[in-house]
Write a protein that binds this ligand. Structure first.
Ligand code: C2E
Ligand code: MG
Ligand code: MG
Length: 668
């Protein structure tokens, strides 16, 4: 082979032609190429040598009148008109391929010349683009996204900064490269919207590595359009974390926000604490601009600054004797002695005094939270928490209002805060428990499996049931720790039962958040391995909300399928209470459905419910799902479900959630 390479390389003419030339063996493997081929045809990472066909599509060849074999049948020149080749990064070019076979040291090869069609020369624009790209590639983080904002390419600078591996990053969504707070999501949505409109977006933005570490980039995002109307997007980024950090520490020292001249968020905590210490009563007002990132006409840093400055003027005019700080990107915090009704009036004031940018009035509204000290909350942290909760509530009602929470809502919030505070400690101390509730086969009366349910008894917060615990854990992210705790406990329990000859399977409940940004497959397999239990003894229960959201997240579906390959089964929990989209029943690897207790409970008294449950059972069984009825409490329900030929039941009638030892007695 090296003789062949030398032979071809010695032909100076091959290097002087403007066209790419490849030599391929009979299997279509590239054994040699000229410099032009290297320049135009080399794929991003692969080497051209040893690759198959070197970029022109063998399917095309099959479909044409010519065949690959025909080239090798004789020494004639073959021309393949109207072919296409892929240049680097998805640029396609029309070419005519001229191919001729020849023999060298007893083996046949084909020499293929790619005549690039447009006026006999590679399109100048394509080449220029190509050269531009390789220049950018060496200096900037580059990533490409398809029409759906899924990553199709990331260069090595991008990969090393974001800590993604080339394999894993492909197919991830644009938004997965950023943080997951609602402000992050808003900002990413805004960029996406700008790009979809065909406009370039540029500015500084905070990103998040695969491991959740933050970094800042100067980003230029460019919408592109291929000839076939196909859209894609290119992001060019430069790391500016150092500059941002320097700026941040300067701001910290100066306590001043350069954009508005207001005190900045670093001074906020101190101001609030000083006011509290002075013994004054005040209202803490937190104001957040509604839909900031989708406001028309606010499409770049300049208009954004103008808007913030104009809003600052209005705040200063409306609120006398008030400490005003810029608390976030589009948030302001006020410490004011003014009364609630006056504060609420700021919404109307804004309406009467609109902000103009480039001659047009911006439809700007704000959502604001009023929290009184000391009546509502007594510390800076609690004032902030109450503000976040209030704004969330206002936003749920459509935004554009400033108000406070009711006394009960404050109480509820305080309990939530207490639970949050206690939960971290409880998890550290392994203070949580797992109970097991039997799921029983209706026909045989045998135990099908048990469902693991988390329990927590806290000495300060009292007894906290999952209905209260899980939503808080999801919000704070502690759901990961709870999930891992339950999984670990369950795996140990499985191994223990196994060692004592008890063959019991266990269902665990999961939240979709546990699958996001985590590798559940690795986590679960690690726990199984550590405990020495079999993953096929596990069923993961997901609810309809999970299923609905998972459907759109390839990565989660992929994780589920990998788990399924390891023998893990999936059950759809609380069936009939959620989105009732049957698509996901087919798309996700679900093997059983659990009809929710709220549908089973009225069974004995409502004929329509009976018809519906009967229908659901038959529907589920016809799709080969095992059907479980949840919340079975009475003999009447049991009889009806038996008559309907339901597979399994779960409920207080057959057994309440109980400790592992009690379950062993229950089985006897
Ligand atoms: P689920 O998965 O539908 O679990 C069944 C719930 O119904 C359990 O409530 C169980 O105690 C209750 N239940 C069982 N039989 C009856 C009955 O006959 N009548 C009535 N009224 N209730 C019955 P629990 O333990 O309070 O859990 C509530 C929900 O919290 C669970 O609903 C599940 O979605 C979630 N959950 C529980 N543990 C975990 C966990 O470890 N992780 C996650 N992510 N969620 C969990
Ligand atoms: Mg469940
Ligand atoms: Mg359920």
């Amino acid at each position: 082979m090296s003789g062949l390479v030398k032979h071809l390389s010695d032909h100076l003419i091959f290097h002087q032609t403007p066209f790419p030339i490849l030599a391929l063996d009979e299997h279509g493997v590239v054994v040699w190429c000229n410099e032009q081929a290297n320049r135009y045809l080399t794929r991003r990472t692969e080497s051209l040598i040893d690759s198959i066909y070197g970029g022109f599509n063998p399917e095309q060849l099959k479909a044409s009148d010519y065949s690959w074999e025909a080239i090798f049948a004789n020494d004639k020149l073959h021309r393949f008109e109207e072919m296409e080749i892929d240049l680097k990064d998805g640029i396609r070019l029309p070419v005519t391929v001229v191919a001729k076979s020849f023999e060298f040291e007893g083996t046949r090869y084909a020499l293929c010349i790619f005549e690039i069609d447009s006026n006999g020369e590679p399109e100048a624009a394509s080449i220029e683009l190509e050269q531009l790209r390789s220049g950018l590639d060496a200096t900037f983080m580059l990533s490409y996204y398809d029409e759906n904002f899924t990553i199709t390419y990331a260069n090595s600078l991008f990969l090393s900064r974001s800590q993604w591996t080339p394999k894993r990053v492909l197919g991830k969504a644009f938004h997965q490269m950023f943080g997951s707070t609602s402000a992050d999501v808003d900002q990413v949505n805004r960029i996406v919207n700008v790009l979809k409109e065909g406009t370039v977006w540029s500015g500084d933005i905070e990103k998040s590595t695969k491991n959740g570490e933050s970094y800042w980039v100067e980003l230029v995002a460019i919408p592109m359009q291929l000839p076939g109307n196909e859209k894609y997007y290119i992001c060019i980024e430069k790391d500016v974390t150092d500059r941002k950090e320097a700026q941040r520490s300067l701001e910290e020292i100066a306590f001043i926000d350069p954009a508005t001249g207001l005190a900045n968020r670093h001074s906020l905590e101190q101001s609030v604490k000083e006011t509290i210490a002075s013994g004054q009563h005040f209202s803490f007002v937190y104001i957040d601009i509604d839909r900031f990132y989708t406001l028309r006409d606010v499409s770049n840093s300049e208009t954004e600054q103008k808007l913030l400055q104009e809003l600052t003027v209005r705040l200063k005019t409306y609120f006398p004797d008030t400490v005003i700080t810029r608390a976030g990107l589009h948030e302001f915090a006020l410490i004011t002695p003014l009364s609630s009704w006056f504060i609420e009036g700021f919404s109307d004031y804004l309406k009467q005094h609109p902000i103009y940018i480039e001659g047009s009035a911006i439809p700007l509204t704000v959502s604001g939270a009023i929290t009184r000290f000391p009546e509502d909350q007594q510390t800076f942290t609690h004032l902030m928490k109450a503000s976040v909760a209030t704004i969330k509530q206002i936003r749920e009602r459509g935004g554009n209002a400033i108000s406070g929470l009711s006394a009960e809502a404050h109480e509820e919030l305080n309990r939530k805060t207490l639970i949050e505070e206690r939960l971290t400690g409880a998890l550290e101390r392994n203070d949580l428990n797992v109970l097991y509730q039997p799921i029983v086969n209706l026909k045989s009366g045998d135990l099908e499996r048990v469902e693991a349910l988390v329990r927590w008894e806290d000495e300060v917060a009292g007894s906290i049931m999952p209905a209260e615990l899980i939503p808080i854990a999801e919000e704070t992210g502690l759901i990961h720790e709870i999930g891992q705790f339950v999984l670990k406990t369950v795996c140990k329990q499985l191994a223990d039962w196994n060692s004592r000859g008890l063959d019991i399977d266990i269902s665990i409940n999961t939240s979709i958040r546990e699958f996001r940004g985590k590798n559940m497959v690795d986590l679960l397999m690690q726990q199984c391995k550590a405990a020495g239990c079999n993953p096929s003894s596990l069923t993961i229960e997901i609810n309809e909300k999970f299923a609905f959201e998972a459907e759109a997240e390839q990565d989660i579906v992929h994780q589920m399928k990998l788990l399924q390959q390891q023998g893990v089964r999936f059950a759809l929990d609380d069936f009939g209470t959620g989105y009732a989209s049957f698509r996901y029943l087919l798309l996700l690897p679900i093997t059983s459905i659990k009809i929710d207790a709220s549908i089973i409970q009225p069974l004995a008294h409502q004929e329509k419910m009976q018809k519906m449950v009967n229908g659901l059972i038959h529907f589920g069984k016809s799709l080969d799902f095992q059907v479980t009825a949840e919340g079975v409490e009475t003999d009447e329900q049991l009889q009806l479900l038996t008559a309907m030929d339901c597979n399994t039941i779960q409920g207080f009638l057959s057994g309440r959630p109980m400790k592992a030892a009690d379950l062993e007695n229950w089985i006897q």
